[in-house]
Design a protein around this ligand. Structure first.
Ligand code: ADP
Length: 600
């Protein structure tokens, strides 16, 4: 039934139609967001690596400055190594980034090492090439990672020349442990998932936030080192030494050639980007749901208003009171008010019509009464002159029979027959116009008895035709005029006997059944039947389907039946076809009680 889309589904379609392009745009936005997020991350990572490189440089600078100051100290110039040990050890507080000072001569022999008591036997410098370079160039240097001579641990050192009379006589080294560098990285408090490493100028890992024990001393990944050689800073996408796919940002110090690398695993990059995208999508989903819900509610309200309007329109059609809504869309309220206005106009129109009907009915009844009165008076008054005509024609034929020739006698015969037929018709007309004149004599009439009385009046016809009438038990009782109802059945049964099939004795069945409001009485025969095209016509006055030669009659019988039935508030009709018999139906609207009950 509901094949057309409802207002609600149309509204939701509109919401979806507007939201779908937005959702498509969101897909693109998601991609842009992801890309932006990644770029922003790369920028942030580069900034962090620059800050970290600056921190490493600052550490080395502190070591360099302090070492240079110590190199020029009086104790060294005086060759008082014991004193120098004390002075240098005093510098090594917790706030100082380096962990020791070592004084070496040109052969590489350590003369003082603050991690050993003064005078204890010392090994050679762990990085003789570096040492030599300082002796040759006389310029300070930052080492790469190497294994320290005394502690046998990986260290980094700042090498500063100690001059006497302008000549480099010793080299003072300030050692930095890999731990101190690693601390530098951890002090940055990197976010979860990030890893940082410090590389020396050869690309060897000198500190690392994760797996420092295993990886310190090893070279960084080749892709990173290749890029570090040609750029001061940059981004590399690669797999780390511990097997993670990462984005790496690096920054190199132009002074020392040392670098810091900071990596973020792809999974972290993606999950951070996805978190943002998911947030945006969640907001869109909430908006979409709110849109659809609003569409659903608004659509439902509009549909309800339309249904209310339809109900109002139907009420208007049925003539019931129209209820005007004061809620809902403005247009629906306007239509509702219009319906109310139409209802008022219709009511006025209906009142006017009813008044007209009352007036016209009264006029019609008056003219009907006049007409009936006229027919009654005319047919009554015409009988007398007609009787006179018949008497005198009879007298004429009796007295002057001998004087008249055969033709004149024949003419007189025609005149007499015509006058007699006219008398029959006038009697019928009188009978017809009398119907309804006995309205005051209404009683409860048991139709069973009315039929029986009609049958007794038809005794002769029954005998002549050899007809048989079957009366089913339980014909109802109706309020009506007894003689008229007898007349009704007499006419119907009489016709059934008259219009029998030649050579076949007539059989008539009379029965009744309820039809809700009352009873329908059936009079069915096995006679010649009537062509359906005449079913209306036969109820008209003086309407006959046969000549007087074939069947006697005036054509008033069924008109009388119709008038009697209608005067009793009922209806009469026929079901018949030629050769199949006829059934006359008489519907009585109000039935007092079944005849069986009435008789008990
Ligand atoms: P009448 O019988 O005097 O001719 P009616 O008004 O009683 O007049 O009937 C009108 C016409 O209807 C009849 O001439 C007849 O042709 C037809 N008719 C009436 N009753 C029957 C019937 N039971 N079977 C067949 N034809 C009928």
């Amino acid at each position: 039934m509901n094949v057309l889309p409802s207002i609600r589904s149309r509204l939701i379609a509109i919401v979806l139609a507007t939201v779908i392009p937005a959702v498509l745009a969101l897909g693109l936005l998601g991609y842009i967001l992801y890309d932006n997020q990644k770029k922003q991350l790369e920028i942030d990572m580069l900034q962090t690596t620059r800050a970290m490189v600056a921190a490493v440089d600052r550490n080395f600078d502190i070591g360099l400055n302090v070492a240079q100051a110590l190199a020029g100290s009086r104790s060294l110039q005086d060759g008082d190594f014991a004193r120098f040990h004390v002075v240098a050890s005093a510098v090594l507080t917790d706030r100082f980034p380096g962990f020791n000072f070592v004084l070496s001569d040109e052969s590489g022999q350590q003369l003082v090492n603050t991690v050993r008591p003064f005078g204890a036997p010392l090994s050679k410098h762990g990085n003789p090439d570096l040492l030599r370079k300082v002796f040759v160039t006389g310029a300070p240097l930052v080492s790469n990672l190497y294994i320290g001579g005394v502690l046998n641990l990986p260290v980094v050192s700042i090498e500063v020349p100690v001059r006497r009379n302008g000549k480099v006589v010793y080299v003072l080294s300030c050692g930095f442990s890999t731990d101190s560098l690693t601390r530098l990285l951890t002090e940055q408090h990197l976010p979860e998932g990030r890893m940082a490493a410090v590389f020396d100028s050869e690309g060897v890992i000198a500190a690392r936030t994760h797996m420092a024990d295993k990886l310190i001393g090893r070279k960084g990944i080749p892709e990173l080192l290749a890029k570090m050689r040609v750029q001061n800073q940059g981004i590399v996408e690669a797999r780390t030494l511990d097997g993670l796919d990462v984005i790496i940002a690096f920054s190199r110090s132009p002074e020392t050639g040392w670098s810091v690398g900071l990596s973020t695993p792809w999974t972290v990059v993606q999950s951070e980007a996805l978190k943002r995208i998911a947030l945006v999508y969640a907001m869109v989903f909430v908006l979409l749901t709110a849109g659809v819900a609003a569409g659903w509610v608004i659509g439902g309200n509009i549909s309800q208003s339309v249904r209310d309007l339809a109900a109002s329109a139907l009420a208007l059609g049925r003539g019931e009171a129209v209820v005007v809504m004061d809620r809902g869309p403005q247009e629906a309220i306007v239509v509702g008010r219009t319906l109310k206005a139409v209802e008022r106009e219709l009511q006025q129109y209906r009142d006017h019509l009813e008044e007209l009907v009352v007036q016209r009915t009264a006029a019609l009844e008056a003219s009907n009464r006049e007409l009936e009165q006229f027919a009654y008076v005319a047919s009554h008054d015409l009988q007398e002159p007609l009787r006179m005509v018949v008497s005198y024609v009879d007298l004429l034929s009796l007295r002057y029979a001998d004087h008249l020739d055969a033709e004149a006698r024949e003419f007189i015969g025609f005149a007499r027959e015509g006058a007699l037929r006219m008398r029959e018709q006038i009697i019928d007309l009188l009978q017809y116009s009398r119907i309804g004149r006995h309205d005051g004599g209404r009683t409860t009439v048991n139709l069973d008895e009315a039929v029986k009385e009609a049958l007794s009046n038809l005794k002769n016809a029954l005998e002549e035709t050899g007809g048989e009438v079957m009366l089913a038990n339980g014909l109802p009782a109706v309020v009506g005029v007894h003689v008229e109802l007898v007349n009704l059945f007499q006419n119907l049964i009489g016709n059934a006997l008259k219009y029998a099939r030649p050579g076949e004795p007539p059989r008539v069945e009379i029965s009744a059944e309820t039809n809700g409001d009352g009873y329908v009485v059936k009079v069915a025969d096995n006679g010649i039947g009537i062509d359906p095209q005449y079913h209306e016509r036969i109820f008209g006055m003086f309407q006959r389907l046969h000549s007087r030669g074939e069947y006697k009659g005036t054509g008033i019988g069924l008109a009388v039946c119709k008038k009697i039935v209608e005067k009793h508030g009922g209806r009469i009709w026929i079901d018949s076809s030629i050769g199949k018999g006829s059934t006359f139906f008489v519907a009585f609207p109000v039935v007092i009680e079944a005849a069986a009950e009435a008789s008990s």
